[in-house]
Write a protein that binds this ligand. Structure first.
Ligand code: ADP
Ligand code: GLC
Length: 506
């Protein structure tokens, strides 16, 4: 082997085998999860470790994590980082699947029960800028030359607004010497981490950061805008959403900035954890099944109907929803269809929580038609699995959907999804029509407009297809044959990390 080749092989080994990445996140399942970000933070790092990336996850030490990792030793003492950011400590732990965690311990900020963003009154914690400012600042510290740890990442991978200030901290306070490359993944552009002007000094940012090309956003400070401005690269969680957010219509006020960053913005579709979401080995199901044994799925329908107090009927299709109940998810389109759905007739099972009004109007559907519609307000992981298995059709009428995980879970569970064509839904669900049927790709139902009428029309199509057992089996099998595991997405992230630290870095 020539000397040159040896060097290249060594370089490749270094880049391919040992690239080091700090994944900074505000949620990690099963301990702290309000939605998809928690799932992704639990599944992507181990998948990347399997791909040879040296991943560590930085996350606040919320009570659930303190309880899960009681013996986590302190690995660094962090003095106050300026402004109103309190002193903290870093502890290290390892998840059962072998992922190293860095737990950011600051009881004054994180020792609070329940939802990581909201108090019991349903309002944002008043000091969220400090809670996630500290998380971002520590992420930047660990990625810079002044890190207190012996391990330093080559890439700092931030997620959503809660860690999006880290690239700005590196930019303004990074000091001399090379810091890590930064990647910001946008899971949801709707949450932008917007705070008053006074938070600039509390967050220990310099006055010069208050600029149009800094952290300022229409007179406020925005964590997300700061990250979009300063990260070396931006990803979102599906190719369609990456295109959509660069438009004024769907850019949520950041379309112009995202167009400007367009050359450094790509979409990588999320994966799903195919061990946790596996219909043939799911402890929450009444009966396991796979594509070759779909008849066994019906025991789950009966179990679900019993559990939710629905009439035990197998002559009606059971529609289902598992969702945050917010404007994004388009579930306000359902209550206007209450009587039409009752007359169709179909059954409906809804599991979700979120906006009070929506909780009430959807619950009212069940009060009007008990036995036919069931609504459970709350968060229930086990019930979510049983719904995926027990329902016939899974509804996601989202107004926008960066990726969406439930449609992939339902494809895997042989429960064809019915979705609005947007974002990741458009990238994963192939609507049933003559052409897709002929091509053997149809796996669900799609509709274009966020209106009750368009949703109802799609439901009618789905119900008609459900009444044709042979066609239905085909749709189920087409969906179940797809591979939504993390191996593909992890490979794409690993390639991107390499690009960010390689000779072609942006
Ligand atoms: P988002 O992150 O926008 O809420 P995703 O589809 O990416 O949407 O992820 C939602 C995740 O949260 C899925 O794992 C879903 O099963 C879960 N989920 C949402 N609401 C509930 C609920 N009420 N109970 C149990 N799981 C839920
Ligand atoms: C967000 C999005 C959802 C996505 C999830 C994980 O919460 O709303 O579409 O699947 O993040 O990336």
């Amino acid at each position: 082997m020539s000397g040159r080749n040896t060097t290249k092989a060594l370089q490749e080994r270094k880049l391919g085998g040992a690239i080091s990445v700090l994944f900074a996140t505000s949620e990690i399942a099963p301990w702290v999860k309000t939605g998809g970000l928690g799932d992704i933070s639990a599944a992507l790092p181990p998948a990347l470790r399997r791909a040879g990336v040296d991943m560590r996850v930085l996350v606040p030490r919320y009570p659930a994590l303190a309880k899960a990792f009681t013996d986590a030793p302190i690995v660094a003492e962090l003095p106050g980082l300026g402004g109103a950011l309190p002193p903290s400590q870093l502890r290290s732990a390892i998840t059962p699947d072998g992922t190293p965690l860095l737990l950011l311990d600051c009881p004054a900020l994180y020792e609070r029960p329940g939802n990581p963003y909201l108090g019991a009154d349903g309002r944002d914690w008043r000091d969220n800028h400090l809670r996630f400012g500290l998380l971002s600042h520590v992420g930047a510290l660990l990625a810079g030359t002044g890190t207190p740890l012996p391990w330093r990442p080559q890439v700092l991978h931030c997620n959503d607004w809660q860690t999006a200030l880290a690239p700005a901290y590196l930019h303004y306070l990074g000091g001399p010497g090379a810091s890590a490359a930064t990647l910001l993944t946008v899971h949801n552009l709707a949450f932008q981490g917007i705070f008053g002007r006074h938070t600039l000094s509390e967050l220990a940012l310099p006055v010069r950061a208050w600029a149009m090309d800094g952290v300022e956003y229409h007179g406020y400070l925005s964590f997300l805008k700061a990250g979009l401005q300063h990260a070396d690269w931006i990803t979102t969680v599906s190719p369609s959403y990456a295109r959509e957010i660069q438009t004024d219509a769907e850019g949520m006020g950041l379309g112009g900035l995202l167009r400007w960053r367009g050359a450094c913005l790509t979409g990588i579709l999320n994966g799903i954890d195919t061990d946790i979401w596996n219909p043939s080995a799911d402890p929450f199901l009444a009966s396991g099944y796979d594509a070759a044994h779909l008849a066994k799925k019906s025991a789950n329908k009966a179990a679900l109907q019993r559990r939710l107090g629905l009439d035990e009927r197998n002559d009606l299709p059971l529609l289902s929803v598992i969702s945050r109940l917010t404007h994004q998810k388009g579930l306000d389109l359902l209550p206007p269809l209450c009587e039409a759905l009752s007359a169709l007739p179909v059954q409906l099972a809804v599991l979700g929580s979120g906006e009070r009004d929506l909780e009430e109007t959807i619950s009212a559907m069940a009060s009007k038609h008990p036995g036919q519609f069931a609504v459970q307000i709350g968060f229930d992981e086990g019930l979510a699995h049983l719904i995926e298995a027990g329902a016939d059709i899974f509804l996601m009428p989202s107004r926008f959907e960066p990726c969406g995980l439930n449609q992939m879970y339902s494809l895997r569970y042989g429960t064809p999804p019915l979705v609005r064509t947007t974002g990741g839904l458009a990238d994963t669900v192939v609507g049933y029509d003559k052409a897709s049927q002929a091509a053997g790709t149809a796996n669900g139902f799609v509709f274009p407009d966020a209106t009750p009428e368009a949703l109802l029309e799609a439901i009618r199509r789905a119900v008609a297809a459900w009444r044709e057992p042979k066609l239905w089996r085909q749709l189920q099998r087409n969906g179940m044959a797809l591979d939504w595991g993390w191996t593909g997405p992890a490979t794409r992230y690993a390639e991107l990390y390499r690009k960010l630290v390689g000779p072609d870095k942006p």
